[in-house]
Design a protein around this ligand. Structure first.
Ligand code: F6R
Length: 614
């Protein structure tokens, strides 16, 4: 969704804003803009130059290259339209009536209509349709010579969510950031500072990052940032060190970030497990380090997530139930937040979110916490909102994921959930030492097995080529194959725009089978599992309706030899490992179908990397 960058320092701001906006593109957006406070020439008054584009960042960069504003303070934005179409006027930054205050915003000002009416009645004029535009006007209305005080007063009136970067041309050495339920960080350099909606924007510049808390304001001057509340109370800044590096956020010779990130999956699986697992299957998480007695009290596990993370949650549900014998349920966080669910303080709520910022997931987490559940966030982003709001965190350590479609973080989520399931199984005494050792062996073999699938990319690309002409797809599986089928369908539809559905093998004949004919292929997950034979029967039912079948089967299994249209052989592994390997195959399949069709796989239309609005 929207991205924010701000700069104050002793270098030229514009090239830094341009580069950072390119890095923010992956979040998904439709228009972009920057405001730079220009250095005065020959005694002229300071002036702020605004450059916007109703199109992509490259168009903005062309405009800036043609007419480069020179200054040391500036803000930039990529906009993902909520209020008002993606037009030039609606693109950020927005300004006040006098053109002195400049604001970029992520989030939604829920009471903007009421505030706008009030400000209009007082004579303010609003050229755009955005909710954001009330912010500079509200600051203007509260301005009595102290910009920071006016910002605080204005923000006290706002309901909704915001991450903001702002400056006033009357204060050429002050860059202000503020947040409420939307992430914002301040990057700390030597005599230079950045404000950004996410770390990816600033990793080339600094690894020291101040993470702003809810309802906090950062006033950044050449002396550094000062953090305070809306009431002006000073807050001790929380500074974290980020271990991501620049190379991870570049394509490194691959055509797309998504492909690069799939190729990083062997490492993603290894990193999620590194240092956390002993030979005897004893699991420890540094940031979720509860005494075993506390975990022994857990009677239910609630897994919350959205999209791909919800599919990981379903895998977690099945594995925790199976290995640990604890009732587990995966829930769509956006639905859960509006329910009155029954559970209590013996519940562990596991929040699955690669970004750590998904609005629905964060609210569901609050809901679970309010009802007394213990909580842990499984996330890729250090000090993200989910990590901070939950009682503990399990970090994926996958490095930045730039492709909008989650790939490496999904397999890292699965690996982390397997460790969590093992931990719960161990403290609940539900798994023998022997079985634990078997599982440890299986998990340790997983990175190499993932590499084995990635190495077969050409074979998968050939299949993708053959199937890329179809307009519809069904993905079917049972057991762990069911969430994998859901994920396979999601991956294909989001990056290729081909209609694809995921179903359980059993559910298929309760309706969806009516769709099947020779034009509607089914990707059937038939690898070894307790329900493999049932799935094989389902494939027979599918073939009887003339639908082409691409079956994922375990090497040596010949039961579909003359039945399936195509088969892709998988190694014989634990069912949990299979879920990861099958996913990798389906991700590559989706990638190659989408690239064959010429789609923009890294930034699919209408999608955003981090969905920070409800
Ligand atoms: C799909 C995808 C999304 C995200 C969902 C939740 O490829 O990436 O479905 O999984 O938006 O995002 P996070 O994990 O950041 O909470």
């Amino acid at each position: 969704m929207c991205g924010i960058i701000g700069y104050l320092g002793d270098r030229e701001a514009t090239p830094i804003l341009m580069e950072s906006l390119k890095r923010l593109e992956y979040r998904g957006y439709d228009s972009a803009g920057v405001a730079v406070l220009e250095l005065p020439h020959n005694g002229d008054a300071t002036r702020t130059s605004i450059t916007k584009s109703e199109k992509k960042v490259d168009t903005l960069i062309e405009k800036l290259n043609a007419n480069m504003p020179s200054g040391r303070l500036g803000i930039g934005h990529t906009r993902w339209a909520t209020h008002g179409k993606p037009t030039y006027i609606n693109a950020h930054p927005h300004t006040d009536c006098k053109g002195k205050i400049f604001v970029v915003h992520n989030g939604i000002i829920e009471n903007f209509a009421e505030l706008k009416a009030e400000l209009q009645a007082a004579g303010h004029e609003f050229p755009s349709d955005t909710d954001t535009e009330v912010v500079p006007h509200l600051i203007e209305a509260n301005y009595k010579g102290d910009f920071l005080a006016a910002v605080r007063a204005a923000l006290k009136r706002i309901r909704g969510t915001y991450a903001l970067a702002m400056f006033s041309s009357d204060d050429p050495e002050l860059l202000v950031g503020a947040r409420l339920n939307a992430p914002l960080v301040v990057g700390l350099g030597d005599n230079e500072y950045w404000i950004a909606s996410d770390i990816t924007a600033i990793i080339p510049y600094t690894k020291r990052v101040l993470v702003l808390g809810e309802g906090e304001v950062a006033a950044v001057t050449p002396l550094g940032p000062e953090v305070s509340t809306l009431d002006g109370k000073t807050v001790k800044p929380k500074i974290v060190h980020v271990d991501w590096d620049v190379a991870q956020a570049q394509k490194g010779g691959f055509d797309h970030f998504m492909l690069k990130e799939i190729h990083e999956e062997p490492d993603a699986v290894a990193n999620a497990m590194r240092g956390r697992l002993t030979d005897d299957g004893v699991v420890s998480f540094r940031e979720f380090d509860l005494p075993d007695d506390d975990l022994r009290r857990i009677r239910e596990v609630l897994l919350l997530g959205m999209g791909t993370s919800l599919h990981a949650a379903i895998v977690g549900e099945l594995v925790i139930e199976d290995w640990a014998g604890i009732p587990a349920r995966a829930e769509d966080a956006s639905e859960f937040r509006y329910r009155r669910p029954t559970f209590g303080d013996k519940t562990l709520s596991v929040v699955i979110t690669q970004s750590g910022e998904t609005a629905d997931t964060l609210v569901a987490l609050q809901q679970a916490k309010c009802r007394g559940a213990l909580s842990v966030a499984v996330t890729n982003v250090i000090a993200s909102s989910a990590a901070r709001d939950a009682d503990g965190a399990i970090y994926l350590h996958s490095g930045p994921e730039i492709g909008v479609a989650s790939t490496k973080t999904f397999v890292a989520h699965l690996s982390s959930l397997y460790l969590l399931a093992m931990k719960l199984a161990t403290v609940h005494g539900r798994v023998s030492l022997e079985r634990r050792r078997e599982l440890v062996e299986a998990l340790r073999a997983l990175p190499d097995q993932v590499q084995g699938i990635v190495d077969r990319e050409k074979e998968i690309a050939k299949l993708a080529d053959k199937y890329s002409g179809y307009k519809n797809f069904m993905f079917a599986g049972r057991g762990l194959g069911f969430p994998v089928a859901l994920e396979g369908a999601l991956k294909l539809k989001e990056i290729s725009y081909i209609h694809a559905e995921g179903t359980s093998g059993g559910e298929l004949k309760h309706g969806a089978i009516a769709l099947l004919d020779e034009s509607f292929p089914v990707v059937a997950i038939c690898t070894d599992s307790p329900t493999r034979e049932k799935m094989v029967s389902n494939v027979h039912e599918i073939v009887a309706r003339n639908a082409p079948v691409l079956a994922l089967v375990t090497k040596g299994d010949h039961s579909l030899d003359d039945v399936a249209t195509d088969m892709f052989e998988m190694p014989a592994v634990e069912e949990a490992s299979s879920a990861v390997l099958n996913t990798v195959m389906l991700q590559l399949f989706a990638y190659h179908v989408a690239t064959k069709l010429g789609q923009d796989v890294d930034q699919p239309r209408n999608l955003a990397k981090s969905v920070t609005v409800e």
